[in-house]
Design a protein around this ligand. Sequence first.
Ligand code: SAH
Length: 257
Amino acid sequence: MTHTLPSSAAQTPVLFVGAGPGAAAHLTLGALRALEAADVVIHDRLVGAEVLALIPAHVRRIDMGKEGFGPSAAQSAINATLVTEALSGARVVRLKGGDPGIFGRLDEELTALEEHGLAFRILPGLTAASVAAAAIGQPLTSRGRNKSLRIVTGHDMEGFAEQDWRGLAREGEVAAIYMGKKSARFIQGRLMMHGAGAETPVTLVENVSRGDQRIHAGTLSALPALALCCSGPAVILFGLAPRDAASAISRIQEAKA
Ligand code: SAH
């Protein structure tokens, strides 16, 4: 009996590769090998210049830059490009900033491939929140402080994203808020409405792991002002202060007591 092989059996899987937040040092070895073995790399705007520089010169690049509110390639155009390239037999790398599975519209692209019987593999990357927390010297979870970590978006397809603000407003909660700059005032309002203290620490880390990384530390009361200071992509670490500042404040409090 003969079996018709599904087309995916012969095709090289499309690799969805996490680029990390920017620095080459945050790329995994697997990601680097994938870039080196690719025929074509289809990348986002959030992929850092250091990572793009690691793509060999002979590899074709397609820039599908997408950004929150700015000019962007329609998702349908990205899906179509992926499918066309994969069907042509090219070794395709779809390179996404951070981890492809976190606010990366990964499922939409996987579905497009599945609809054509095309195979894929996912190579995870370091997400912006992990690297941002490391930059401020803080763990994202801590025994006795927070039993969970929330990864939330400030913005979704409907506009400002609704979240479990009541849960997040509880003492000690920690959230990494992506795409939160434009909705900073909304987020602040919702959290304070549900009882979060105005003095809750909030730190924005802008251009995480890039040469122009900046840390904007303050409190929930200053969140909108902190967001206005950022021109690059930023992740909001709600409930976390840079460790140096946090220890300096507690030392001052101890000295006063
Ligand atoms: N897949 C990405 C997230 C994409 S959503 C990841 O895992 O990191 C885009 C949002 O991610 C931005 O609005 C910002 O909040 C955050 N982000 C991505 N890269 C960043 C960087 N280098 N510095 C700061 N924030 C970043």
